[in-house]
Ligand binder design. Structure first.
Ligand code: AMP
Ligand code: MG
Length: 412
């Protein structure tokens, strides 16, 4: 048996980030940028007004108040986007809108609320300070400044910054194409009429959804029957992908042929019993240049193993440096007993409770009980050495989504 860390390490060494492609900045959302981005221009490009008001010379407002306003001549009106035509001389002001360039000669803006129109002039009711309500050219970004670093995930803020530079395209790591192969004579496809002896191939869909959730592209290869030739054919069809994921056929049954086929077809095939539950059997090898992970067939085992091994591998391919789900500490709501020596991943619901999190299991933990996965938003991780945790004890929870703060109870 090998540890979860060891299995993960062996998979991740075989995985490299994919190459780069240019995509539209909106398509770049959630992708990892493959270039450093330097500012090609100053933002903002010119000094401009932060307020609707009057651009003026600070010295003209000395001693001004509501009772003793400074009276100025209004020489022009500068809407946002306009170019000022006049220089502001002593005793003069320009009506100015937010975002409009500050005219020459002016060194402050006084907001509308601190002014009054009077006899065709403007009365300034306060003393202005130097530079007041003027946004300086380059105060956000200086030309030549490095603003986005290679390897960062593009979020809405980065999209906005790229747009501000007039960049409509950006270099990002490619999205991995992940082939999904289900194996099993008992499987029937989603649209076929299931007979009582058959099981609908749900794994191909849950795994494809997990692939999509990582930001990668699933490639459905379909169902391989438990025959050597069929598994070989499906694996060969999968080889155009960047990563192949299969489910089923990695246990010790007579028809569990995936690992044998992997041994024959590929090289450096490794088969592990990972010290975890669910998801103990795991096969890993290379099919030519393409990494192949054989997941167990039970629906929950396949998903939990995907979370622990495939998700980090896909994120690494996408150029990400943070490969793991967030974990938090939570107070356990019930007693749990387990065997020593293996790590347990227990389907659970975690919820905020004031400043703390509390967590309860979502019922039967059988590796075929997909319902308890449906109800889970996290996995309690119980370490190898632990055999019992009592209600009230603190446990580590791996978050599967961001539904921690449910305030309304779903209908169960
Ligand atoms: P295996 O690992 O091939 O022995 O599969 C274990 C069990 O997982 C099978 O008996 C099925 O009940 C279930 N199973 C395997 N493959 C799938 C699949 N693609 N979709 C849903 N259930 C599956
Ligand atoms: Mg099987």
């Amino acid at each position: 048996m090998i540890s979860v860390e060891e299995a993960l390490k062996r998979i991740l060494v075989a995985i490299s980030p994919l190459g780069l492609e240019k995509v539209n900045i909106l398509d770049a959302l959630g992708r990892v940028i493959g270039e450093d981005v330097y500012a090609g221009r100053a933002i903002p490009p010119k000094d401009n007004s932060a307020m609707d008001g009057y651009a003026l010379r600070m010295g003209d407002t000395r001693g001004a108040s509501a009772d003793t306003p400074a009276m100025l001549e209004v020489v022009e009106e500068i809407p946002a986007g306009a170019i000022p035509e006049k220089r502001i001389g002593p005793g003069q002001a320009a009506r100015i809108m937010t975002g409009a360039p500050v005219p020459e000669g002016a060194d402050a803006v006084v907001r509308m609320e601190d002014t009054r129109k009077e006899n065709g002039q403007v009365a300034i009711l306060v003393e202005a300070k130097h530079g007041q309500d003027i946004r300086l050219a380059g105060e956000d970004v200086q030309p030549g400044e490095k603003v986005i670093f290679r390897g960062e995930v593009i979020r809405p803020a980065e999209v906005g910054m790229l747009a501000a530079f007039g960049r409509s395209f950006v270099s990002v790591h490619q999205r991995p194409l992940v082939a999904i192969v289900a194996t099993g004579d008992e499987l029937t496809d989603i649209d076929e009429t299931p007979s009582p002896w058959k099981i609908v191939n749900s794994n191909s869909y849950s795994l494809a959804a997990l692939v999509l959730d990582c930001g990668a592209i699933p490639l459905q290869i379909g169902i391989a029957r438990d025959r050597r030739e069929d598994i070989v054919a499906k694996f060969r069809a999968a080889i155009r992908a960047d990563l192949i994921v299969s489910s089923g056929g990695v246990s010790v049954g007579d028809y569990d042929l995936v690992k044998e086929v992997m041994k024959e077809e590929g090289n450096r095939m490794q088969f592990w019993r990972v010290a975890m539950k669910p998801g103990r059997p795991l096969a890993f090898g290379m099919l030519g240049e393409v990494p192949l992970v054989g997941l167990p067939g039970n629906p929950v085992s396949a998903m939990v193993s995907f979370e622990q091994f495939i998700r980090p591998a896909i994120l690494k391919m996408m150029g990400r440096v943070n490969l793991f789900r967030q974990t938090v500490q939570a107070r356990l709501g019930e007693d749990i007993n387990k065997k020593s020596g293996i790590r347990h991943f227990i389907r659970a619901r975690i919820q905020r409770d004031g400043d703390l999190y509390t967590v309860i299991t979502t019922g039967d933990q059988g590796s075929g009980i997909l319902k308890s996965m449906v109800r889970a938003n996290g996995l309690i991780i119980l370490p190898e050495g632990v055999t019992t945790v009592q209600a009230g004890g603190m446990v580590t929870v791996q978050l599967l989504d961001d539904s921690l703060d449910w305030t309304l109870e779903p209908g169960y």
